[in-house]
Design a protein around this ligand. Sequence first.
Ligand code: BGC
Length: 288
Amino acid sequence: MNSTQPGTDSELPHVVMPECPPRNLLHGQKALVTGANSGIGLSVALHLAREGADVVVNYVYDEPKAQEVVAQIKQHGGHAIAIKADVSNEDEVKAMFAQMIDTFGTIDILVNNAGLQSDAAFEDMTLQQWNKVIGVNLTGQFLCAREAIREFRRRGVVKDISCAAGKIISISSVHEVIPWAGHVNYAASKGGVMLMNKSLAQEVAPFRIRVNSVCPGAIRTPINRSAWETPEAYNDLMRLIPYNRIGEPIDISRTVVWLASDDADYINGISLFVDGGMTLYPGFTEGG
Ligand code: BGC
């Protein structure tokens, strides 16, 4: 594993609540965010709560950080609980959903965020590295989505809460379409997420369940610290980003809130790239 170990972001600037006024877009909804004690997941958990959702803060390592997120949500008048579960473990996922439904009554929004990298040149990549990344990034999203779909179908649409019976938002990556040498396990997992979600969206749309992916580019989080922590690395990174700035977690959490809300009710099965133009092939600006 590279510098992407969960829970290594304690020195990062504290995620602050965004300053634009909340619109209460998710009032009364129950949300589960996997990997919510760090990076993008942390920002998503805070932002969903700010829009009125009750939030389960899932984590696997670093409980204090998860409790801090819960405390921050409560401080702002929201409801939240932390639940430990490894998303790649079927029993732990089932137990997490059971606890959530026991506490909050149901689930309206699943944000499938937990993910990791374990980078290696292909010929050096161990089966363990391959399985770990596929296990968390792809199988983990499958296991959580399956439990969520079961509950969405059992409950159906509750008109006062949302037009939809449930919403799944996957945090995928630009690497669901951009090949990534040295990260083949990661790119394979995200490519898998893309077609899992589109196929699932097709399957469950008739039940008024929406499944969409958000595909971040380079976002300032612990997973890619080496790509932005020195001025040299940051300048190098800018060659890949036409918009000429790194993404911040809030760029992603704002998008997730919108996709989860009824404002996005007719959107199903998309991959929404939030990447400052990374997928525009900036290498072709002058070449080709
Ligand atoms: C990866 C980051 C990387 C970004 C753009 C993300 O999915 O997790 O490490 O910086 O893609 O390449």
